[in-house]
Design a protein. Sequence first.
Length: 425
Amino acid sequence: MDAIRVRGQSTPLKGKVRISGAKNAALPILCATLLSEGESKLRNVPALRDIDTTAALLRFLGRDVKVDAPIVTVGPGTVKPEAPYELVKQMRASVLVLGPLVARYGRAKVSLPGGCAIGARPVDQHLKGLEALGCTIRLERGYVIAEGPNGGGRLKGAEVYFDMPTVGGTENVMMAAALAKGRTTLVNCAREPEIEELGRILNKMGAEVDGAGTDVIHVKGADDLHPFDHAIIPDRIEAGTYMIAAALHEGSDVLLEGAELDDLEALSVKMRAAGMTITKEDALMRVQRKGPIRGVNVTTAPHPGFPTDMQAQFMMMMCLARGESVISETIFENRFMHVPELQRMGASVVLRGNSAVVQGVPKLYGASVMATDLRASASLVLAGLVADEETEVRRVYHLDRGYEHIEDKLRGLGANIERVKGVEG
Ligand code: UD1
């Protein structure tokens, strides 16, 4: 198994890093290719394990997929609308094929994604939304079996109310509504930029989507949708992670190329409160640290609130702050798996329910660490940048799900970091 080895340093990070395309935009958009015949092209796609998993799933379903980063081409094929457990279990977002498949083929059998390292993560809201559009849903032996009205007919537009803003739920039902007859109104939607991006795609395909990125989305379905050619938006979570990297050493001065400051508002506000200077310079975002890190409290919330996907990395930065900070996680239970590993590196963190109380320490110590989710792993790599001596982050396949060439990008900023092969997991 691969590991990442980082030698902590006292010298600041400097230079420019290019932000890759957004994983969480690419995944639903790849699933949206199932809504049409013909060849769709997605550009600016990062080379990541989750992209390969989605490509494998689309191939299994019957489409002809070519991954040649940064371009993924999804060609035609005869689709059998069944997604097996072996593929879905590798990545929860696989459940996003359900809406497109049942809308297009009148029937779909998709494995339930099962539990996940960061909590139970049910899909009840996805299913409730599809039922409102006329699907009959059965759960059988770990599979969701969805059927259109009257034994596989076309879905019908309806009003759908989500009990909580769910990113995947909003996306799944939006995609199904794009081929449904008539108008669908989705209420209490998630407002992430990736949902706005999916709305752009569905419009390019011929549906009429209005309000994506707000809490009420209207979708007028089309009889047929066409393929598309589209370059996806930058990955705001990858950008956020490099913003934190730029905050760990006094004197760091990092330019992010391609990052959208508007999509990172909540994080930027908190980073400025922690003492960072964040400016926009033409197409670049500049992050500078000129003084000590100040302790700042953070509570995760649905977009535009503070992203849960940045909680672990922000907490890592707070481990070195002057004073105390309280980090509260409201989206996922069990999303503090980085805490025991950060503690092993010398961090002072006490867990109280869904909050972590962090007392800044002057220094962290290098260690062998591992994490069982993507963003937790990223926080450990960040910790390695400032810890003394060497940190070895194991089980790098989590990082490879979501960070394109992280070791090369950090090395480009002056970090002492390498990937090593054949390390015990
Ligand atoms: C997406 C992101 C993930 C991010 C998360 C929250 C992708 C591929 N993944 O995950 O990186 O951490 O948004 O920003 O885009 N819930 C239910 N019932 C449902 C659906 C969700 O109870 O049917 C709950 C979840 O358990 C969770 C909350 O709603 O507590 C938000 O989850 P959701 O927004 O659906 O997350 P994902 O789409 O899985």
